[in-house]
Design a protein around this ligand. Sequence first.
Ligand SMILES: [Zn+2]
Length: 305
Amino acid sequence: MNDTSRPIGPVRSPDGEPGRDPDLHPPLPWAAKHRAEQPSALLRLFDWVAGAGGELLALAVPVDCVCCGAEDKALCAACSGRIRHLTRRPFRAEGGAPALMDVAGTVLLPVVAAGVYREELAQGLLSFKRHGQHQVGESLARALAAAVRAATADGDGFVLVPVPTSTAAYVNRGFSPVHLLLKEAAGHLPGAAVVDVLRKVRPTGARTPAWPGRPGGQKGLGRGARSQRVRGSMRVSGRSRPLVAGRSCIIVDDVLTTGATIGEAARALHQAGAKVRGAVVLAATRPPEAPEPAAGARAGPPKQP
Ligand SMILES: [Zn+2]
C-alpha cells in the first residue's frame, strides 16, 4: 500500500484501535469523509426524522408535547387546538411596535399578527426555533397562512419576503425558522409567491435613511437603540432586485417586538424599488389595544399610510 497519500500518524479505527487495515475495516457508512460535513449529514437525518420518519418513530418512541409535556406527539392535539384558538383572530399589531410608528402616532408600516406571543403560541414557537419540530411547524404555519390571508384580503399579487436569519443563528440552528414556516405556510396559500431576497450584511451604522421618501419617518425609527443597531443590516442584492422592484411586498417574520427588524427589512426593500405594503408576523409581544375586535371585523389589509 502506498502510504504517501495518508495523513501522518497512526490510522485509527472508529473505536480508537490504532493500525487496523482500513480495507478490512472500512469506515462506517455514515461516517463523513470530512468533519465539516458531519453536522449537515446529522441535520439531514434530523430533517428526515422530523418529517415522514417522525410519524413512524412516534409510534415506537414516546415524544413529549413541547407545550404541556404530555407523552404524545411533539405537539399534542389539545395544545394544537390551543394554538388555533390563540391565532383565530389576526390583528393589527404595529401600534405596539415603536419603530413602526412615528412620534405623532402615524403608522409607518402596518403589521398583521396571527396572535399574541404568549402561552402555547409562545412555547410552540420557541421550541420550533430551537429544534424545528415538523408537527409544531405545521401548526404554526397554518396560523401564519391565516394571518397572511387576513393581511392581503383585498387582493392578491403580493410577494412574501421572509426576514433573514443572522448568520450566527443559522449556523447554530442549521435552519431558518421563518423560512421553514413560510415555506410550509405557502402550501396553504394558493398563488402565493415567496421571494427570498433579503440578506444580512454588516451594519454600516448611521446615515442610512430609514424610510426613503417618507418625511418624518426617521423620527420613529431613530427613537429605539435597537433601530440604530439594525439600521443598514439588510440588503437586496443587485441580482435579486428585479424580483421585487415595482412589486407589492409583504414582509414576513416570526415575532414582532419593537419593529426595528421589520423596519430595516422595509428600508432595504424600498431601496430595491419594492412597494412595501406591510408585514405579517406569527406573534406580537404586545396585545391589540382593543381586547376583542367586534364580530365580523377582520384584521383588515395593511394599507399604505
Ligand atoms: Zn400538549
